[in-house]
Write a protein that binds this ligand. Structure first.
Ligand code: TYM
Length: 329
């Protein structure tokens, strides 16, 4: 069975963009791949985050993953910090990534361009840790949204660099990016990614938003004034965004949605998307509360970390031998 691995950073509240870009593909693949999913809490401290908030976000995130339908019997679910091999291999990766490569990472560049000050060294080197996250498990595929593609490409470069220098040690992974929903945009500015750190709350749907509030956000989404409903992400990005949301949630093909709404009004489409989001969140939140009260999360994470550690520790031992760290074995 081919192996898949992905992670989410527990900064801020999980959005519909995260669900569509990262969680939904995992649900679709969990039966056919050996799946590892982890909460990237070591990535979360690359920015200044309050430990209490981090704890709460992490609990919400795991609970939402389970509420979405990930089956802990099929998927290995764990916290990054529970598997020390991530930090161990992360350092080795940092020592093999060039400053120039890390400088080109757009997420870092964007933060610099915005004039943000006090950026940490961890924020700069975090793509090297992300490479370690993936390479530890010899993942074949990494399901992510478009914004993470560059990081997976750097991971490939580092894997190849290692393999050339020390002999075949890593599988070179492929990013797996859905055709529909790989980048969900802000409902208020369809040129910007829907993001956990969005300033305008009307642009982002959080998975724990009151479902009726989420529906209102869809109804007041910015579209355009062409007055014809055509699926055209270039010319009508707001509209295409809504169609993508509907397509991923309901499973209906984009072409079929575009056909059905041809000649109809924006209001009708928004109503259908609003209803789909309302239903998705209502179901998700009902299960979220059940799981929250069940006390099963701790056990699931302990089992996940134990399983992940067996694979990750073996990989680190192999790399340590290659690097000349092991003197007698
Ligand atoms: P993060 O936490 O920013 O995002 C988690 C996942 O959600 C996807 N995503 C989106 N997809 C579609 N539309 C959006 N608006 C949207 N916003 C976010 C992201 O592409 C991502 O797949 N560095 C990673 C976490 C990470 C990781 C890894 C991922 C750490 N190590 C190893 C994969 C493999 C991050 O910050 O994702």
């Amino acid at each position: 069975m081919k192996r898949m691995l992905t992670g989410i950073k527990p900064t801020g509240k999980l959005t519909l963009g995260n669900y569509i870009g990262a969680i939904k593909p995992c649900l679709d693949y969990q039966d056919d791949y050996e799946m590892f999913i982890f909460i990237a809490n070591q990535h979360a401290i690359t920015i200044n985050i309050d430990p209490k908030e981090l704890k709460q976000n992490t609990k919400d995130l795991i609970t939402l993953y389970l509420a979405s339908g990930l089956d802990p019997n099929k998927v290995t679910l764990f916290l990054q910090s529970d598997v020390p091999a991530h930090a161990q291999l992360g350092w080795a990766m940092t020592c093999h990534a060039y400053m120039g490569e890390l400088n080109r990472m757009t997420q870092y560049k964007d933060k610099c361009a915005k004039g943000e000050t006090n950026l940490t060294a961890g924020l700069f080197t975090y793509p090297a840790l992300m490479a370690a996250d993936i390479l530890l498990y010899d993942a074949d595929y990494v399901p992510v949204g478009v914004d993470q593609k560059q990081h997976v490409e750097l991971t490939r470069t580092l894997a190849e660099r290692f393999n050339n220098r020390y002999g075949e040690v890593f599988r070179v992974p492929d990013p797996l990016i859905s055709k529909v929903g790989a980048k969900i945009y802000s409902l208020q500015d369809p040129t910007k990614k829907m993001s956990k750190s969005e300033d305008n709350p009307k642009g982002t749907i959080n998975l724990l938003d009151e479902p009726s509030v989420a529906r209102k956000k869809i109804m007041s989404a910015v579209t355009d004034s062409y007055a014809n409903l055509v699926y055209d992400p270039e010319k009508q990005p707001g509209l295409a965004n809504l169609m993508q949301i509907l397509s991923v949630i309901t499973g209906e093909a984009i072409e079929s949605i575009a056909d059905r709404f041809n000649g109809k009004g924006y209001g009708e489409l928004k109503k259908e998307v609003g209803d789909a989001v309302y239903e998705l969140l209502s179901g998700l939140q009902a299960r979220y509360h059940e799981i929250q009260n069940s006390g099963i999360v701790e056990e699931i994470l302990a089992q996940g970390a134990a399983k992940a550690s067996v694979i990750a520790d073996r990989k680190v031992a192999k790399i340590y031998r290659k690097l000349g760290f092991k003197l007698f074995k």
